[in-house]
Design a protein around this ligand. Structure first.
Ligand code: PLZ
Length: 455
């Protein structure tokens, strides 16, 4: 590394970092630009970055870059650092675990941390039935395994997913993901036996229908085009993530879940983005009292370390033969220690309540902004998973160009935002649940100024 591109002296992250927005160079600054040049030569260009600002430290509600800029973080590494970056309890437990042992492979010589994470997930996920869990490395891997488990349990092959769904980038989960570009284009052929049903997307319904009616529409497609008796599982995000933070109409999820129960189909809630306190409840299904057969979890559960799981009814989870599930690193001891630290933090600080407070602030501020900016077609979401959908004023025609401009201008002003949605016209906000109030307010000031300057 040359001195020119060297990062500043090591910074300690976590909540003790100054909780402020501070720009000391242009964005990206010279050190980031130099790193980006090295990256462009060394890293495959298929791997993108939202903002080529290279990170030196992060914590609370900020990301500090290698040029010393402090950005307000409304991304949380795509809904991962819900307890904040380098959260103290995560750092403590991970440090202890790293010093004790880093890996033995749970399939070779097991350890308590894995068991403890499974016990915690059984306690926290919806429903009080007997549950079991298997741990993996990534969200996509959890979804793949939920399908394997559902097939083993039912002896059936078909998988039903929904419009706008995102379930991952592996071969099966690409097939389950709806959006072609960038996730699927040129990467086929895809896994077979994946069928897509219409989602409840209230803002885009030509005529408003109830959740029950939207469920009946989906069930009709499923019954006519697939047949209940062929279906192993229905997999659904209870609040769409990459698809646009869509909250289905009330009654939709319970009706789909009930149809699954009535037809011996495994109902899988993909709570990889919406779970672990993000929506103001431990799981998004809790808002409507829906009890899934299986739940996939990842992202927020481990404070930034790679860990994922499938949690569900013991009799379904036990269907695969012994040795049928696993992987070298699944439930790695360091990742499990991080998860136990993250879960302890969520419980100690009551982070579901923190997410509900964030929701209130965001709805109030963004609702007022929408009154002044007709390009904001809708403000929606749950908890600390809130988005605005941008349209040509007076229509529901998506405005992806405006969305991109707003997000880029937020970045220039020191607020890290993300976009999403099938049409690329949704600006989404995923603050950490320990984001200080003054920083959230300041981020909303910036968003307001940027939006009003561009519409
Ligand atoms: N299911 C609901 O949100 C991951 C992916 C971003 P992995 N979402 C962010 C990107 O462009 O790759 C996600 C999700 C839901 C599954 C996944 C997949 O989780 O940990 O990224 O594999």
């Amino acid at each position: 590394m040359t001195t020119e591109t060297a990062a500043p002296a090591h910074l300690t992250g976590g909540p003790e970092l100054p909780q402020e927005r501070r720009l000391v160079t242009e964005i990206p600054g010279p050190r980031s630009r130099a790193l980006h040049e090295r990256r462009t030569a060394a890293v495959a260009s298929g791997v993108g970055s939202v903002l080529p600002v290279y990170v030196a430290a992060a914590g609370g509600g900020v990301v500090i870059d290698v040029d010393g800029n402090s950005l307000i973080d409304l991304a949380s590494g795509i809904a991962v650092t819900s307890v904040g970056n380098s959260a103290p309890e995560v750092v403590r437990r991970v440090s202890d675990q790293v010093a004790a042992f880093t890996h033995t492979c749970f399939m070779v010589a097991p350890y308590e941390g894995y068991v403890e994470v499974c016990e915690a997930l059984a306690r926290l996920t919806p429903g009080d039935h007997a549950k079991k869990t298997a741990l993996f490395n990534s969200g996509a891997e959890a979804v793949e395994n939920a399908v394997k488990i559902a097939r083993a349990h039912t002896g059936r092959g078909a998988v039903v997913v929904f419009d706008h769904a995102y379930h991952g980038r592996t071969n099966l989960t690409m097939a389950m993901t709806a959006k072609n570009t960038p996730y699927k284009d040129g990467f086929g052929p895809f896994a077979g036996e994946v069928y897509r049903a219409p989602m409840s997307y209230p803002f885009r319904e030509p005529v408003q229908i109830t959740g029950a009616e939207a469920a009946a529409r989906a069930i009709d497609v499923i019954e006519k085009q697939v047949g209940a008796g062929n279906i192993a599982c229905v997999v659904i995000e209870p609040v769409l993530g990459e698809g646009g933070f869509v909250v289905p109409a009330e009654g939709f999820l319970p009706a789909v879940a009930q149809w699954c129960t009535d037809n011996g189909v495994v109902f899988v809630a993909d709570e990889i983005q919406s779970g672990m306190c993000r929506t103001g409840a431990w799981f998004a299904c809790d808002h409507e009292g829906v009890v899934p057969d299986l739940v996939t979890v990842a992202k927020g559960m481990a404070g930034g370390l790679p860990l994922a799981g499938v949690v569900g009814r013991a009799e379904i989870m036990d269907a695969p033969q012994a040795g049928g599930l696993g992987g070298t690193y699944g439930g790695n001891p360091v990742a499990c220690a991080a998860a136990l630290g993250a879960i302890a933090t969520m419980e100690d600080l009551d982070l579901p309540a923190a997410a509900r407070r964030i929701e209130q602030t965001m709805f109030t501020r963004l609702g007022a902004l929408a009154e002044k900016a007709p390009a904001i077609g809708e403000v929606r979401g749950r908890g600390a998973m809130i988005a605005i959908e941008l349209v040509k004023p007076g229509t529901i025609e998506p405005d992806a160009a405006l969305t991109g401009k707003i997000s880029a201008a937020c970045h220039q002003a020191g607020v890290l935002t993300l976009t999403c949605g099938t049409y690329g016209n949704i600006l989404r906000f995923l603050p950490s649940l320990v984001m200080p109030d003054h920083l959230l307010d300041e981020a909303l000031d910036v968003i307001e100024e940027v939006v009003l300057g561009l519409v």
